[in-house]
Design a protein around this ligand. Structure first.
Ligand code: SF4
Ligand code: SF4
Length: 347
């Protein structure tokens, strides 16, 4: 997280020859756990690396968002024992660097910061977040399902990073976003970047902007959804959707979880655990005595769409979708949030 001190250098723009990138990463690995995109089974996954060569920064999207490092899919909150009481699980103090995070995912982390860090701070998330630095990477490649441009969350990034990288071919433009980011560059040979490099950067980003195939019209979204609560599309989706929950599992802004107590066989000790939950699953809205507030699939998919595009904004001041397109790519029934909104808007 950005600390409140100013940069000591006058120009927060530097150039890193691409051949020296591994030197920067090697340097970071001495002080931090570096987690970045690694090729895995034809996809990319954010993983802790042991060698800079494992990083593949020209990826389009990762299967799971880097959120998984801050809000883990599964974690033990604490252990308990009849005699010893509650035993806190302590995270290792070593800081981590999330490397090569795309703009949409940085925006998603900002949403998680609001959900987990403000009104009711979650100590597990906050602790990890405070020990995490973000080296973001602007997108010069655009995937078939990306629509971050419509959501104002990409392909470029304005804030929320410690360092921001833009691939300019044989060189990488590095923008310093915080004093902590400036510290990361110590001992790495860099040259100050002339301001004209920003023109080169814009050229690359403009090329990316022209590649978007999907869009979502964000004007008047709340009213559009309020006016179409009974639209026939919801009944079609009730028939189509398998309620598998995959769309929410890959979403970088979904933050729901379930908490369970697992008792050991001795009935004296156990663990309190939490794991990601999904509003698309049948049991999610089930309460005592078995009543389920969202028993039908159309009610659940409606909840997902309305939460992202109508309910988030009054609570968090931003839409809950960053246009990463993961939910579209992962849905075996090809259910597409941009198509749903286009249909509701009469397109
Ligand atoms: S991934 Fe598709 S089928 Fe599965 S719950 Fe989401 S919308 Fe339904
Ligand atoms: S709703 Fe879909 S496109 Fe939007 S942030 Fe979540 S996964 Fe990405």
């Amino acid at each position: 997280m950005v600390v409140a001190r100013s940069l000591t250098i006058p120009n927060p723009l530097v150039l890193l020859p691409k051949k020296d990138l591994s030197r920067l990463v090697q340097h970071l690995m001495q002080r931090y756990t570096v987690v970045g995109p690694v090729a895995k089974g034809g996809e990319h996954a954010f993983s802790a690396i042991t060698d800079p060569a494992q990083l593949t920064l020209d990826y389009v999207s990762s299967l799971l968002p880097p959120k998984k490092v801050l809000h883990q899919p599964f974690e033990v909150l604490f252990s308990f024992h009849q005699e010893q009481g509650v035993l806190e699980e302590r995270e290792p103090a070593r800081g981590q660097v999330l490397f090569g995070v795309h703009p949409c995912d940085v925006h998603a982390i900002e949403i998680l910061d609001k959900a987990y860090g403000h009104e009711y701070p979650d100590p597990y998330y906050v602790n990890r977040r405070q020990n995490t630095l973000i080296v973001a990477a602007n997108c010069t490649k655009v995937g078939d399902n990306c629509f971050c441009q419509s959501m104002g969350t990409g392909p470029d990034l304005q804030k929320g990073y410690d360092l921001l990288l833009t691939d300019l071919g044989s060189q990488i433009l590095v923008e310093i976003g915080s004093p902590a980011g400036e510290d990361l560059l110590q001992q790495v040979p860099l040259q100050p970047a002339p301001r004209v490099m920003l023109v080169e950067k814009e050229k690359r980003l403009d090329e990316a902007r022209r590649k978007f195939k999907k869009r979502l019209n964000t004007s008047g979204l709340k009213e559009l959804l309020e006016d179409n609560f009974r639209h026939p599309i919801w009944d079609e989706l009730r028939q189509d959707c398998l309620a598998c929950g995959s769309c929410t599992m890959v979403c970088p802004t979904c933050f729901c979880y379930n908490v369970v107590d697992k008792l050991d066989l001795n009935l004296k000790s156990g663990q309190r655990q939490r794991e990601w939950d999904s509003c698309m699953l049948l049991e999610y809205a089930q309460v005592a005595m078995g009543h389920n507030f969202r028993k039908d699939r159309d009610a659940r998919i409606k909840q997902r769409i309305y939460h992202k595009l109508a309910y988030y904004e009054p609570q968090f001041g931003t839409l809950g979708c960053v246009g990463c397109g993961r939910c579209i790519g992962t849905c075996v029934k090809h259910i597409d949030i941009t198509d749903i909104m286009a249909r509701l808007g009469g397109e």
